[in-house]
Design a protein around this ligand. Structure first.
Ligand code: ZN
Length: 500
């Protein structure tokens, strides 16, 4: 049978229509940017003021910074004419009353910060130190996206657009520390049928690696006086940050060894070392570059590199010496655990497992090395656990060191197989960025997407651009902030007013 010629142009126009966002989505996105770009910055400035880090021993419900932050959100929501419900660890800000719902998932808590590393206070939005950038803790992760979502909703409300799906912005207050309260909430409450998380990367994230920690405590034991040894090795700040700082103190350091270290130090790209002497003790201070531990390639790991600098000899096995020997033998400066027994593996879509030492803590039993892993699909947790234990056992028996305590936590990777809105998200992304052929991606980080039905991540950071959340130089560029406002507004129109 012959195709009737008359339908060809119709088909063609249907296809070309589908490749760009609707007129309504585009005009509302433009309206949002023209009207609310500055208001969005003002909103973020207020949200950044609250140091919403988790405080040990204080419930998030009693934490004054969390209470203040939620009150600020309530105030902003009310001023914008959005409804606000406080569920304790979670607040929901809504627009519209349709029965079906579209959810946008964010979090209002942050990671710790080392204020001494910032040009201005990390809780005072810094718009001047680096023109074009809004610098502050939470600007990218995840307070900036909250402000963007608020003004996207406001633009839709201003335009009086009829919503077939109610829009709900979820702001969870313990994403960085404890998913328990959110897991309890999603069990007990009905959730939107369709969701995006705006806490990761574009274009669309459909797979997230599993988070894990290997904690090994190296027991202290006496070493002979008068021999060159490590009396101290410390470094790192928190478990999901690639460490920027590390320090070693070498007792009875020879002049030859000091000269060797100083010449080797110049070969470590991206590292800065400072040497100082106090009698026979040599102190080596190492500075690399902090990054989110799901993206170790964005940082320079001060613990790994300082260990490597000291790695020309096997150290006497007190706690610091054994720890450095272990790092050099099993981790090295690579990112993928290739020296660590048989543990390394990779998935075609999700990429390789990353294995990064992040923080060293002191305990009664010795020095605890925490290694953060991010693992793709391809091995079971049991298999990986067995391989880690095997490698640690082998190393221990070969080195005569004592690992006094060992704890493994191995989380599951997440793959989203049902997300009917992927094409809509990709269409909006391609239209506003000019990046054609955008495809779903996998990331190393973990988001709350896995707790909501049909959820995928959509932004806020561009693929291939360094992610600054969790680092000591967190910012969002003004250009990206505005682009996000365009894209989130368009997506809300497409998914809540023009449901497909
Ligand atoms: Zn985050």
């Amino acid at each position: 049978m012959r195709t009737p010629l008359a339908i060809v142009p119709l088909l063609y126009s249907a296809i070309s229509f589908a490749s760009t966002p609707s007129e309504l989505a585009q005009s509302t996105a433009n309206y949002a940017v023209n009207t609310y770009s500055q208001a969005m910055v003002d909103s973020l400035r207020e949200l950044v003021r609250y140091n919403t880090v988790a405080v040990e021993g204080i419930s998030g419900l009693d934490n004054p910074a969390h209470i203040g932050f939620k009150a600020e959100l309530a105030k902003q929501a009310q001023a914008l004419g959005l409804d606000f419900t406080d569920h304790g660890y979670l607040v929901v800000i809504g627009l519209g009353d349709a029965k079906e719902r579209f959810g946008i998932i964010t979090h209002g808590d942050i990671q710790p910060v080392d204020s001494s590393k910032w040009a201005k206070s990390p809780f005072d939005l810094d718009e001047t130190s680096e023109p074009g950038r809004l610098i502050g803790r939470g600007t990218e992760d995840d307070k900036g996206p909250i402000s963007t979502a608020l003004y996207a909703m406001k633009a839709i409300k201003d335009k009086g657009i009829a919503l077939n799906r109610r829009i709900e912005l979820y702001v969870y207050m313990a994403e960085e520390s404890d998913w328990g309260p959110l897991q309890a909430y999603v069990k007990e409450n009905s959730l939107p049928e369709l969701n995006i998380t705006i806490d990761a990367e574009y274009p669309v994230v459909t797979a997230e690696k599993g988070y894990g920690t290997i904690s090994l405590t190296f027991a202290d034991k006496p070493i002979k006086d008068g021999q060159m040894a490590l009396s101290e090795f410390s470094g790192g700040f928190f478990g999901s940050q690639i460490p920027e700082d590390a320090v070693a103190i070498i007792q009875d350091a020879s002049a030859d060894f000091e000269a060797l270290l100083e010449s080797k130090a110049t070969q470590h790209d991206g590292m800065h070392y400072q040497f100082s002497r106090d009698g026979d003790n040599l102190r080596v201070q190492a500075r690399g570059k902090s990054a989110h531990s799901s993206k170790p390639q964005d940082g320079v790991n001060a613990i790994s590199y300082l260990a490597a600098l000291l790695g020309d000899r096997l150290w006497p096995s007190n706690s610091a010496g054994a720890l450095v020997n272990f790092v050099n033998s099993q981790l090295g400066t690579g990112l993928y655990g290739k020296q660590f027994g048989e543990i390394a593996y990779s998935d075609n879509f999700m990429g390789p497992m990353t294995v990064s030492p992040t923080v060293i803590k002191t305990s009664d039993q010795g020095l605890q090395l925490n290694i953060n892993i991010r693992r793709p699909v391809g091995k079971t947790a049991g298999q990986l656990e067995q391989q880690i234990n095997q490698a640690v056992d082998n190393w221990q028996s070969q080195n005569g060191a004592v690992i006094a305590d060992r704890n493994l936590y191995i989380g599951e990777p997440f793959v989203q197989t049902s997300a009917p809105h992927i094409d809509t998200l990709l269409r909006v992304f391609s239209h506003f960025t000019g990046i054609k052929d955008a495809k779903p991606i996998a990331i190393g980080g973990g988001t709350n997407s896995r707790l909501f039905p049909n959820a995928v991540s959509f932004g806020p950071s561009m693929p291939g651009v360094e992610y600054t959340g969790h680092s000591e130089h967190e910012f969002i560029s003004m250009e990206q902030f505005i682009l996000n406002l365009k894209m989130y507004t368009a997506v809300m129109v497409e998914l809540a007013a023009n449901p497909q």
